[in-house]
Design a protein around this ligand. Structure first.
Ligand SMILES: *Cc1c(COP(=O)(O)O)cnc(C)c1O
Length: 456
């Protein structure tokens, strides 16, 4: 081991490695060589070959675990790949406050302590028409906090048609239990009527909850009580109404061909006491849970102990503030917020991009090594949003020779410096340009395909 350690001085990649990482890598490399010799494998047991193995191990140990990937799936708010990509200026805003001191809880005018909520409150209010607002760690947190604040030790009424799982096995009945509310279910899976709610309201009721079907649909013989009807009942009985809006649409996306997902502002104008949504689904910002509502309800939430435990950090607040500011101008939002740009880009644009990729592929690959074509397909919003919406797209379809589609997909993930995540359909690999961020990513995907499948 001493000899090996001394020898590492001559290897550029090992010189700066932390000692513990280096020692572990050398020990593992020696152990691996020993095992292979004992198993009868003929191999070069020299110091040089052990160092080579150790160098690969050090590189792996020092490689970030959370790192960039290229999303070629066409699933825009891809939960496993980090949901929304921030607008460039939002990412810059986060980096700016991360690398210096900031006004996080400081009022420059008075020189006194300020509140971290002020940075986003007036923007959210302007965008939604709400009286008051703030943001917490994510929408799941916002839902838990709201139920706890209004219905801990009391009853919360919810329709059986809305007892859903909202991702990561986070389920409405579990949230109710964790928030300390007794859940009162009304109606049935497919139909719930206002009379069902009316019968359930009592002096023990703390809250009526409506979960917007952002990630599921009940279709067929159905009835749901509208938010306006619930608000009316709430006013008559003195029970606050909370809507979990989910997806976080701030302005009408239906002119862009997306089915009309109701906006947060629409729920506010119907009179809900509290409305919550995610920051990183269709809003296209950082992970956050946005809570809006009446001044009274929001003041109560801000004072709740869970608000402190679930509060946002400065980087997220900076990115959220900038994303919201971009949203003040809808045209700018559609250009600069990647999620909104991807959701609304037309098929023709995707066809042009896929065709450019195919041309490059054909030009670079050896004759007959890669068979590709451009076909019409559909992209998905993902993230449990707009579940029924097919977004028309065009994709580059690659039929690999000498390997299966699964084999090629694995190579795209494992053999590329930045892993490429693609989709498989009918034993062919689909590259959807919709979720590729720019031409550089398109070229990177094509060049990787050529390198894997054979170039000149
Ligand atoms: C996505 C979603 C949530 C959870 O939001 P997160 O930001 O993932 O915590 C809650 N409710 C609804 C209706 C949702 O669509």
């Amino acid at each position: 081991m001493d000899d090996l350690l001394a020898a590492t001085a001559s290897v550029e990649e090992l010189r700066g490695a932390p000692r513990q990482v280096l020692v572990d890598a050398l020990r593992d490399a020696v152990e691996s060589a020993r095992r292979r010799i004992l198993s009868g494998e003929a191999l070069d047991p020299s110091v040089g070959s052990v160092l080579e193995d150790a160098t690969a191990r050090v590189a792996l140990a020092m490689r970030p675990s959370l790192r960039r990937v290229v999303n070629a799936t066409g699933i825009i708010v891809h939960t496993n790949l980090g949901r929304s990509v921030l607008a460039a200026s939002a990412a810059r805003a986060a980096a700016e406050v991360a690398s210096g001191y900031s006004t996080l809880e400081y009022d420059v005018d008075s020189g006194e302590r300020g509140s971290r909520h002020t940075h986003v409150e007036s923007l959210i209010c302007r965008l939604t028409g709400a009286e008051a607002a703030f943001a917490v760690n994510n929408n799941a947190a916002a839902v838990m906090m709201t139920i706890a604040a209004f219905a801990r030790g009391r009853e919360a009424i919810v329709s059986r048609g809305q007892l859903v799982e909202i991702g990561g096995s986070f389920r409405v009945p579990d949230i109710m239990a964790e928030s300390g509310a007794s859940m009162v279910e009304v109606g049935t899976t497919n139909k719930t009527h206002l009379a069902d709610y009316e019968r359930a309201v009592s002096d023990k009721t703390g809250l009526m909850l409506k979960v917007h079907s952002s990630n599921y649909r009940v279709v067929g013989f159905t009835n749901e009580v509208s938010l306006a009807e619930l608000v009316d009942l709430g006013r008559r009985t003195g029970v606050p109404v909370f809507e979990d809006q989910g997806s976080g649409v701030l302005f009408d996306l239906s002119p862009f061909g997306l089915i009309d997902e109701p906006t947060v502002g629409a729920s506010v104008s119907q009179g809900a006491d509290v409305v919550s949504c995610s920051g990183d689904k269709l809003l296209g910002g950082p992970q956050a849970g946005i809570v809006v509502g009446t001044a009274e309800a929001v003041a109560r939430l801000k004072k709740h102990p869970m608000a402190r435990a679930l509060r946002l950090d400065k980087m997220t607040l900076a990115a959220l503030e900038e994303t919201l500011r971009i949203c003040l101008d809808h045209g700018r939002a559609l250009r600069e917020i990647p999620t909104l740009r991807m959701l609304t880009a037309p098929r023709e644009e995707m066809r042009a991009r896929a065709t450019r990729m195919l041309d490059r592929l054909v030009a670079c690959a050896s004759e007959g090594r890669v068979v590709g074509e451009v076909l019409d397909e559909v992209s998905r919003a993902g993230g449990g949003a707009l579940p029924l919406v097919d977004i028309p797209t065009a994709v580059l379809v690659v039929t690999p020779s000498g390997t299966s589609a699964a084999g090629l997909c694995e190579a795209l993930r494992l053999a590329c410096a930045v892993p490429i995540v693609a989709r498989i359909k009918d034993d062919r690999v689909l590259i959807d340009p919709r979720t590729l961020l720019d031409e550089a990513e398109e070229d990177y995907v094509v060049d990787s395909l050529v390198a894997l499948l054979g170039g000149e």
